[in-house]
Design a protein around this ligand. Structure first.
Ligand code: ANZ
Ligand code: ZN
Length: 571
């Protein structure tokens, strides 16, 4: 018997496959189509065993489908923009493009040696101007339709990567890429308004029949739909007196899913970034401790705050608000477990029903008033039917978050309390009646921050004109090319590059400055799977007829870490 000699057999057959065009797609075939896709790799060096396993799964599915009589699209490309290329270039006094294309060659050669059945004719490389011009074009279309926004807000800043990050790129307060602690900074940045689609993204999860349950679950949690109400509290003046006729400025609104617990509100909490916080404490003895807390809170990420399991820190503002349901005055605190960009950035604290408020109350000695009880609670016989307040402190080990019976809650006493409960409905109705409350829905999903202060990415096609403001680059001027002559090792950036930023305004023809931020690399990977269906199109990112003939992808293979990054952005 002849021994199997891979060094002889494999290159010979691979060459034959290539010459026969065995894996290039015949678009005119009338066989049923199947689109088998693996997440395209980042060209960080040669492939490793993780790639080998991932791409072998894909190859097995593709070959099996082909043998079963399908016309199979099985493409490969590179997610080629990103920070590692830039860092490598700085380290080796080289250029990111050089490093990237070398790695692509290495990886391509390895894929070929593996004998993967790719249609190499359809390769997409994200840093190729023929690809990234369409990313810019998509940006302009989004902009035309009001889906791009530029705004100033507190954002996640990675000091080590020297760039901002999207919320999805911060894990437990750390940068997804380099693991450094992320800080909050106030910066003007570009956003894609993904929140316009929050409800649709949630509803359509049902249509993703082939998707793993846990990916859908993670997306649903990340989108985080909450039904509740906005409730208006009335701000007291410096002396602690409530205004007789509150003006608009005297109202602080909270978002709550538990209006049924209003009678248990014993304090009020603002996020450290709450607009108007400074004004509340200006010139008082509380100003310094409050501002110290604001400073320290910059180190606690939104994700950590939302999870609420870090040690909580707070400071009293010296101010009070009035609870609209019972006229009670409660103190306003500022605390780092409240996030600025959820709801209104202000919280009615109910320590008996909310674990975070409970821990905070314990730490700072604030009252924990039982207003909702299980019928088996030792306090129940005493408090059941009790409208007024007789017990103002409990010895519980933790908050009571479950459904229960309202006690010490005025006319609502005896109603069932909890999320979506009759007690909640009754209190929201009463607040609406008084003009102090309104039903509302909140989402946890935030707009996608897509600008990055880095060179090796897709330039944002915008121009800043002193006369006309921020102006889109005209379509016919695309692509905005990255300048090749840049010395990253010497600290040069797009913003300091001599020629890049200088331009003329497309509107008035005056001297203007080009935008020097680039796009998050996740913008490149959000549509590459459609480009594969029409990779050489020079008139459009793709022809919808061709794309629709292949889409949706039948089998997609890649890591679970993309469940709420890439897989959400792509949708
Ligand atoms: C009073 C209350 C009582 C609450 C209770 C809960 C339990 P989800 O379900 O995630 O939407 N909250 C509102 N805005 C916040 C912010 N910016 N930062 C931190 N927490 C905030 O959570 C809604 C609840 O989270 C709201 O309902 C509010 O606390 C808190 F027994 O109001 B609740
Ligand atoms: Zn202009």
């Amino acid at each position: 018997m002849k021994p199997y000699n891979p060094h002889e057999i494999e290159p010979r057959l691979q060459l034959q496959w290539e010459e026969a065009g065995l894996y290039s797609v015949d678009e005119n075939s009338d066989k049923p189509r199947k689109y088998v896709l693996e997440m395209f790799p980042y060209p960080s060096g040669d492939i490793h065993m993780g790639h080998v396993s991932n791409y072998t799964y894909g190859d097995v599915v593709a070959r099996y489908s082909k043998m079963r009589g399908f016309n199979v699209l099985h493409p490969m490309g590179w997610d080629a923009f990103g920070l590692p290329a830039e860092n490598a270039a700085i380290k080796h006094h080289s250029h990111p493009a050089l490093w990237t294309y070398q790695n692509i060659d290495t990886q391509r050669a390895s894929f070929k040696r593996m004998g993967f059945s790719y249609d190499w004719d359809r390769t997409v490389v994200a840093c190729d101007p023929e690809y990234y011009r369409w990313g810019q074009w998509i940006f302009l279309k989004f902009w035309e339709r009001g889906l791009v926004e530029r705004r100033n807000s507190p954002v996640n800043w990675c000091p080590s990567c020297a760039t901002v990050l999207a919320n999805e790129q911060v894990t437990e307060g750390r940068c997804w890429r380099c693991n450094s602690e992320v800080e909050k900074r106030d910066l003007t940045q570009w956003y894609f308004k993904i929140t316009d689609y929050a409800q649709e993204l949630l509803d359509d999860l049902d249509q993703l029949t082939g998707w793993p349950e846990r990916v859908k679950q993670q997306q649903a949690n990340w989108i985080g739909r909450s039904e509740g109400a906005n409730v208006d509290f009335i701000l007291c003046d410096m002396a602690g007196n409530a205004p007789a006729e509150p003006a608009e400025d005297d109202i602080i609104t909270v978002f709550t899913t538990r209006a049924d617990t209003l009678f248990g509100c014993s304090f009020f909490v603002l996020a450290p970034e709450y607009k108007g916080l400074q004004a509340l404490v200006a010139g008082t003895e509380y100003e310094q401790p409050v501002m110290d807390l604001v400073e320290a809170a910059k180190k606690v990420s939104a994700v950590e705050r939302a999870q609420g399991d870090h040690e909580k820190h707070g400071a009293f503002t010296g101010r009070y608000v009035v609870n609209p349901i019972n006229g009670e005055k409660v103190p306003i605190w500022v605390a780092d477990y409240v996030v600025a960009d959820y709801g209104t950035g202000a919280v009615m604290a109910v320590p008996c029903g909310d674990q975070r408020d409970f821990e905070f109350a314990r730490k700072y000695n604030l009252p924990i008033i039982p207003i909702i009880l299980g019928e088996d609670d030792p306090l129940f016989p005493q408090l059941s039917g009790q409208q007024g307040r007789v017990v103002t402190e409990v010895d519980w080990p933790q908050a009571y978050a479950a459904e229960g019976i309202l006690v010490q809650s005025g006319p609502y006493t005896g109603l069932v309390g909890g999320k979506h409960s009759e007690g909640e409905a009754a209190i929201v109705a009463a607040l609406e009646e008084m003009g102090r409350g309104k039903r509302t829905v909140e989402f946890r999903l935030r707009d996608w921050l897509i600008s990055r202060q880095r060179y090796w990415g897709n330039p944002i096609p915008a121009i800043h004109c002193p006369q006309c403001g921020v102006v889109p680059v005209p379509e016919e001027d695309l692509p905005v090319r990255l300048p090749e002559d840049i010395d990253l090792a010497a600290g040069e950036t797009l913003a300091t590059h001599a020629g890049f930023a200088d331009c003329t305004c497309p509107k008035c023809g005056g001297k203007a400055r080009r935008e020097t931020d680039t796009m998050d690399t996740f913008t490149c990977s959000s549509w590459y799977y459609m480009r594969y269906t029409d990779p050489h199109n020079v008139h459009a990112p793709f022809d919808p007829a061709k794309t629709n003939a292949w889409m949706p992808v039948d089998q997609y293979i890649g890591g679970i870490e993309h469940a709420i990054l890439h897989l959400l952005y792509s949708r």
